[in-house]
Design a protein around this ligand. Structure first.
Ligand code: ADP
Ligand code: MG
Length: 350
């Protein structure tokens, strides 16, 4: 089955099925075809770091990876890899707006920690930014498991909510400067719902004016960077177009994992289009076919396993139009997994 080249390729699925490994192998295979590739992981667990031999301090920085680390071919090719770091993304945006001095803010620091809640929004911004530079033909995205992946898809909805009218009104109520203009407290205060007013004055009493000021400075900075955020909404619309993206739902060759992939697919269906592939990883068939046991119990084991895997593939085939198979790799080395899976991609018809 040939897979058309697209600007974005998204690897999603539940935990431990091989998303990170397959996404990395895909980046290797595409760069060996001569494409300029960026591999981004938005999984805060950062297993990509181990696979690529990167350090924590490499987060947020483009790292050049030599495909020869994962290939027997002697051709020199590289791709870039990026471990998403929400704080680096915010720094880049703030710098672009000349606001870097305002980044020294307690609340912004918490918000942009890897599990601080802005991971998915920042990922959307980052992918969009790197596509727009024109430096890459394809961005391969390794996503976090299940629920967080859905958060990634829903990130632009969060953006819309974040910058909606009531939000702006909160600043105005507090008389803070937004876009250079200060709003008269009295008049605009009327616009803010009484619930929000109550909440803010309560917060002020409990935490003291200092905290509220820091809070307002934080949201004010985000607000002044809003164009970066709101342009991500257009990007998300692009993502849903067939000529822009390929979706790979990754599953391992176990019945419940394919079931989980199906539920994820159902939940994410609105975002996806016809070019979605179910990648069934860790298939045993190639080994079972070459295994010729003499003992009857082992013969039964072999035929049971074969039947189980065949049924699984029929089940997958009935539920997904395009099914790709990747075999189990007999090694405990993640690097060998990437190398072998990269050859798996190359074996698919061009
Ligand atoms: N085809 C394969 N055969 C054997 N092991 C694999 C294969 N694909 C992935 N793995 C291993 O399975 C584990 C989970 O893979 P990983 O890519 O981290 O999954 P995920 O990103 O979905 O959580 C890793 O140890 C990885 O090296
Ligand atoms: Mg992973």
């Amino acid at each position: 089955m040939s897979i058309p080249n697209k600007r974005v390729e998204i690897f999603c699925g539940t935990g431990g099925v091989g998303k990170t490994t397959l996404a990395t192998s895909r980046a290797v295979a595409l760069s060996e075809k001569g494409l300029k590739v960026l591999l981004i992981t938005i999984d805060p667990a950062k297993r990509l770091k181990q696979v690529l031999g990167l350090q924590d301090s490499d987060s947020g920085i483009l790292k050049k990876i030599d495909t020869q680390n994962f290939s027997e071919d002697n051709v020199e090719n590289t791709f870039d890899a990026l471990l998403l770091s929400p704080s680096h993304t915010l720094e880049r945006i703030a710098k672009a707006e000349g606001l870097e001095k305002e980044l020294d803010n307690r609340i912004l620091k918490v918000l942009t920690k890897p599990y601080g809640g802005m991971n998915e929004i920042m990922a959307v911004l980052e992918v969009q930014f790197h596509l727009a530079t024109g430096n890459y033909d394809t961005v391969v995205l390794d996503t976090p498991p299940g629920k967080h992946f859905l958060d990634f898809l829903g990130a632009t909805r969060k953006i819309e909510h974040f910058f909606d009218k009531s939000f702006v009104e909160i600043f105005k109520f507090l008389g803070k400067k937004v876009s250079g203009e200060s709003a008269p407290k009295k008049f605009l205060g009327k616009l803010v719902s009484s619930g929000v007013k109550k909440l803010l004055s309560y917060l002020e009493k409990v935490t003291g004016g200092d905290f509220v000021d820091i809070f307002i400075d934080a949201v004010s900075l985000l607000y002044r960077c809003r164009e970066h955020f709101t342009s991500a909404i257009d990007f998300q619309k692009e993502l849903g177009k067939e000529d822009f993206s390929n979706w790979f739902l990754v599953s391992s060759a176990e019945h419940h994992k394919v079931g989980e992939a199906m539920s994820l697919f159902t939940e994410a269906k609105d975002f996806m289009h016809g070019d979605n592939y179910l990648a069934v990883n860790k298939c045993l068939k190639p080994f079972l076919d070459n295994w010729h046991p003499q003992e009857s119990k082992l013969k039964t084991l072999k035929s049971t396993m074969l039947t189980r895997e065949n049924e699984l593939k029929m089940f997958a085939g009935n539920n997904f139009k395009k099914v790709l198979e990747f075999s189990e790799i007999l090694s405990s080395e993640p690097k060998v997994h990437v190398t072998d899976l990269a050859s798996g991609w190359k074996l698919l018809p061009a």
